[in-house]
Design a protein around this ligand. Structure first.
Ligand code: F6P
Length: 510
């Protein structure tokens, strides 16, 4: 049933009207068990959401909402391989990529075998490249989910990466990016990885062809040895002329593909065991999502909290503040995951929604954000919930820095909640500003895998409540079609049929 037609939706609306005066500090004073009630220890990830504007009554109503909108049934359908991506009639099985070999005896057991054949091949290739000193540079060419996953994870786990290789990422069709990379590398020492699920994306096809032309113009000869492709379109990839093709399936969405062969750069960087640890962390979170009771089910409670924020407290954005410099791309990764999944305006039947869906998601690592936009978070007119991420242990030996980093993360969450009561005016801070604090032991492959899986399932939960298809992305098609038309018009100057603005800009460009 659509969420806004459930009986509990009205109850949540009534409950939210009393939340305008909800005081976080008071809530703690009134309940000494508040932290226990609003925190969960999931595999590799502890989350404390007790600084969120929520109480036991609302939590119960949110669980009822999940029940009445069939969230757990949708979850079970996903893990059973049902085609829940209804507009493309596809299964949604990114979770199968990290399912251990031979661990299924049902109708998916043969598909699982295929997954492990590709995984073993990809890891063997990654290891061979890692061990081959001929290759000093790896250039990964892809965009969207074929870029953000490899880029974010390879950057995040750089302290574990082999030291004899440099990793470059090219995604934008703006040739300033590929040009800068090509000036740093030598063809005979470079592996080019061409990542595209469809093998049709304009930016990636253009960058890959430019890389190939450059390689040949520089005297490179063996494209078979120096080019690999990661795609679900293996036929076209072989025809294009790469020597190594690693496939994945249509039931892996681009923004959910990092645990597939798309993870090749990461596997080269951290090795086969590191990548298997990365898979294992994600699998443990999958099992948690599948089996944990609702009260201790972290993806479920976070997804429901996102609905409470969006549809009842009226928060239109969420800030992500990872207190780790190597999670520089974490917010960008989550942007695609959440906004391409839940940035939708119609339900599964194509009917326009009467309620809001995905919030704007944005962020930068702490402590930098404190010197850029935390002013607005503390004293702005709009309330923006913040997700803080912090890690107890660093991968460096500068303890003073780590103490300061953690102290800042804790302090910002505390200051947002407590505020500062100064008689009126500029220095007064209302406090009562919400945040969730994620605390992990250390940034490792397993922890990162678990964090990714947690957010994949969090997004699935809110999408299921909203009754939308979180697994298609029709909204990106129109721009691509228009761009192809305008490429011709920029060349010819023919502005017929264009709106006045685009025509005017076209003429200025020419
Ligand atoms: O942004 C649209 C999109 O299709 C994403 O879903 C995808 O990750 C990206 O473009 C790249 O697609 P491909 O991997 O097929 O090149």
């Amino acid at each position: 049933m659509r969420c806004d037609q459930t009986s509990v939706w009205k109850k949540l609306q009534d409950a939210s009207s009393s939340f305008t005066s909800f005081d976080l500090s008071q809530a703690f004073a009134q309940d000494s068990h508040r932290v226990d009630a609003f925190s969960v220890q999931a595999p590799h990830v502890f989350a404390d959401f007790s600084k969120q504007p929520i109480n036991a009554q609302v939590q119960t109503l949110l669980f009822d909402l999940a029940e009445q909108t069939g969230v757990l049934a949708k979850r079970d359908a996903m893990f059973s391989g049902e085609p829940i991506n209804t507009t493309e009639n596809r299964q949604v099985m990114h979770w199968l990529l990290r399912q251990p070999a031979k661990s299924l005896t049902n109708h998916l057991s043969s598909t699982l075998k295929d997954v492990h054949v590709v995984l073993d091949d990809m890891l063997a290739f990654a290891q061979s490249i890692a061990n081959d000193d001929t290759f000093t540079d790896v250039v990964h060419i892809g965009i969207g989910g074929s870029d953000l996953g490899p880029r974010m994870t390879t950057f995040a786990l750089q302290t574990l990466a082999i030291s004899n290789k440099r990793f470059h990422f090219v995604s934008n069709v703006d040739a300033h990016e590929i040009n800068t990379v090509l000036q740093k590398i030598r063809p005979e020492h470079t592996l080019f990885i061409f990542a595209s699920k469809t093998f049709t994306t304009l930016e990636t096809m253009t960058n890959a062809q430019t890389a190939k032309n450059w390689f040949l113009s520089q005297g490179g000869t063996d494209t078979q040895r120096h080019f690999a492709a990661l795609t679900s379109n293996t036929l076209d990839a072989k025809a294009w002329g790469v020597g190594h093709v690693f496939g994945f399936w249509d039931w892996v969405g681009g923004r959910y593909s990092i645990h597939s062969a798309i993870g090749l750069p990461l596997a080269i960087a951290i090795g086969a065991q590191g990548f298997r640890d990365f898979l294992s962390g994600a699998h443990q979170m999958d099992q948690h999502f599948l089996n944990a009771p609702i009260q201790s089910n972290l993806p479920l409670r976070l997804g429901l909290l996102d609905v409470w924020h969006r549809n009842f407290l009226g928060y239109s954005s969420r800030n992500v503040a990872p207190y780790h410099a190597h999670l520089k791309y974490w917010a960008s990764y989550l942007q695609q995951l959440e906004l391409e999944s839940n940035g939708k305006r119609v339900d599964l039947q194509g009917q326009a929604l009467s309620y809001q869906t995905a919030p704007v998601l944005w962020g930068e690592p702490g402590t930098n954000g404190q010197h850029a936009f935390f002013q607005m978070l503390h004293q702005g007119t709009q309330v923006v919930p913040v997700d803080f991420l912090a890690f107890k242990h660093a991968s460096h030996h500068w303890p003073q820095h780590q103490q300061q980093l953690l102290a800042n993360a804790l302090a910002q969450a505390q200051a947002l909640m407590m505020g500062r009561n100064v008689k009126g005016g500029h220095r007064h801070m209302t406090g009562n500003r919400p945040s969730t604090f994620f605390l992990m032991d250390q940034l490792t492959p397993a922890t990162l895998g678990a964090m990714i899986a947690l957010h994949e399932h969090r997004v699935m939960v809110s999408g299921a409540v909203w009754g939308i298809n979180s697994f298609d992305q029709w909204g990106v098609e129109l721009g691509k079609v228009m761009a192809n038309d305008l490429i011709q018009k920029i060349n010819t100057g023919d502005s017929s049929g264009l709106d006045a603005s685009t025509a005017g800009l076209l003429h200025r460009i020419r």
